[in-house]
Design a protein around this ligand. Structure first.
Ligand SMILES: Cc1cc2nc3c(=O)[nH]c(=O)nc-3n(C[C@H](O)[C@H](O)[C@H](O)COP(=O)(O)OP(=O)(O)OC[C@H]3O[C@@H](n4cnc5c(N)ncnc54)[C@H](O)[C@@H]3O)c2cc1C
Length: 406
């Protein structure tokens, strides 16, 4: 049995907790698969599911009790995720809030901000999105131009964000804005602040963007004279770069337990190999073996990082390595699947050529495609693979810095 360090008051042994979670999921996971969250109907279904999860006390088991978590340790978090994926429970939809803003508020937020935003975030009453990228400011995020000028006890925001995941469904956005454009003349990362903005404010316009698979998971967000109370700045005014780097650290770092998701994907791939009659094909088995090994390595690494974190170790240096590894591994899984599907793998959107009697249903084909395209995007968001390689070479390995324009 695994042992773990937990917050005072949460002392359920891990295996007992596993049995409790398994029972709860068996009673609560919807019998019917939910529609994809990229549709309005599907998003509402996922939101309702998140509320059920919150009411069950499982929205974020490792968060402090006072903010709606369970105060459990990392091993419990991993156990919960393993059971969650085992039960094939619905995809989580408040990722920006859960994995990015929540941890940022714990680190930089005021007590008032935590109490104001975290419980609604956990129950999914408020969906959050991330407003960092702009046209001309992606990898080079420090070039962002959205301004927030102080006017009494408000900021007046003008500018544009792009590639905002879930922008069309979100209620609030946490954005990087320039509160001191003068400071940027000396150093472009200076004078930036991290500002939370209600997307229903007058002057906000959200324009959905259609993705390559036809779904609308992205949006552009335009701000024209949007008034935002000064108390919505998280961290120090002008120190938003530091908060942004922590946010990206959370985005790139280990999501404890997601190895179970990839194991499900490899199991699906094994099913595909059998289904297509490749069980004796050494080339197909080679491909399957490669992705199986990479997911097992990833699982072992998640356990290693959890042990390191519990011992008080610093995970900062591992964030970029982690992101590079899981995104490339995930892409390999889905690209391998498409190769094995052969001609069916080339079908996007049009399912008319798919045999409905196929044990892998038309819906499953489509989902595989969707996940394949998502896996390509994952190698871009949170900093592209090239940027992660630059960070690893410069900051982890101490190699010479890439040439930059002076
Ligand atoms: C699925 C998905 C979801 C996203 N969600 C969000 C979101 O919710 N919120 C948000 O703010 N943004 C989001 N983004 C945007 C994402 O952060 C940016 O796309 C990313 O940072 C790259 O910026 P860019 O698109 O401007 O490309 P660019 O920065 O223009 O890069 C173009 C190419 O040049 C390469 N390149 C650039 N600089 C270097 C360098 N120094 N060394 C080597 N190669 C380099 C890049 O690797 C890339 O291949 C999302 C993107 C995707 C794909």
């Amino acid at each position: 049995m695994m042992t773990t360090k937990t917050t005072e008051g949460f002392d359920t042994p891990v295996e007992e907790f596993r049995a409790e979670v398994r029972q709860w999921l068996s009673e609560n996971v919807p019998a019917e698969r939910l529609r994809p969250w990229t549709t309005k109907e599907g998003f509402d279904q996922h939101r309702r599911w998140e509320r059920t999860l919150f009411q069950g006390g499982y929205a974020a088991v490792d968060w402090p009790v006072e903010y709606g978590g369970r105060g459990a340790g990392l091993r419990h978090t991993i156990t919960f995720a393993e059971e969650y994926y085992r039960a094939r429970a619905p995809e989580r939809v408040n990722m920006g809030g859960l994995y990015l803003l929540g941890p940022v508020l714990m680190q930089y937020g005021t007590e008032e901000q935590r109490r104001r935003w975290i419980p609604d975030l956990l129950s999914c009453s408020t969906i959050w999105c991330q407003g960092f990228s702009e046209p001309g400011a992606g990898s080079d995020l420090g070039s962002l131009r959205t301004r927030a000028d102080r006017d009494g006890d408000h900021y007046v925001v003008n500018g544009q964000k792009i590639w905002t995941s879930m922008g069309g469904f979100a209620d609030w956005i946490f954005a990087l804005v320039r509160t001191d454009p003068e400071a940027a003349k000396k150093r472009k990362h200076a004078g930036i602040s991290f500002l939370c903005i209600d997307l229903r404010s007058p002057g906000v316009e959200v324009r959905p963007l259609t993705m390559v698979d036809g779904t609308q998971g992205f949006a552009e967000v335009f701000f024209t004279d949007v008034r935002v109370p000064v108390e919505n700045v998280v961290g120090e005014v002008g120190q938003g770069w530091q908060v942004a780097m922590s946010t990206l650290g959370f985005e790139r770092g280990a999501v404890f337990g997601d190895h179970a998701k990839f194991s499900n994907d490899v199991a699906a791939l094994a099913g595909l190999v059998h289904h297509r009659g490749f069980a004796d094909d050494t080339l197909a088995l080679d491909e399957l073996g490669r992705v199986l090994v990479s997911t097992e390595v990833y699982r072992a690494n998640v356990y290693r990082l959890a042990a390191l974190a519990e011992a008080g170790g610093d995970l900062d240096r591992t964030a970029s390595i982690n992101k590079l590894y899981w995104t490339e591994m995930q892409h390999d899984i889905f690209a391998t699947g498409l190769r094995l599907m052969a001609e069916e793998g080339a079908i996007v959107g049009d399912t008319s050529a798919i045999d409905e009697n196929d044990p892998l249903t038309a819906r499953a084909w489509q989902e595989w495609h969707h996940r394949y395209w998502y896996s390509r995007g994952a190698m871009i968001f949170g900093g592209t693979s090239e940027i992660q390689r630059n960070i690893i070479s410069e900051r982890v390995l101490g190699l010479p810095k890439e040439p930059r324009p002076s």
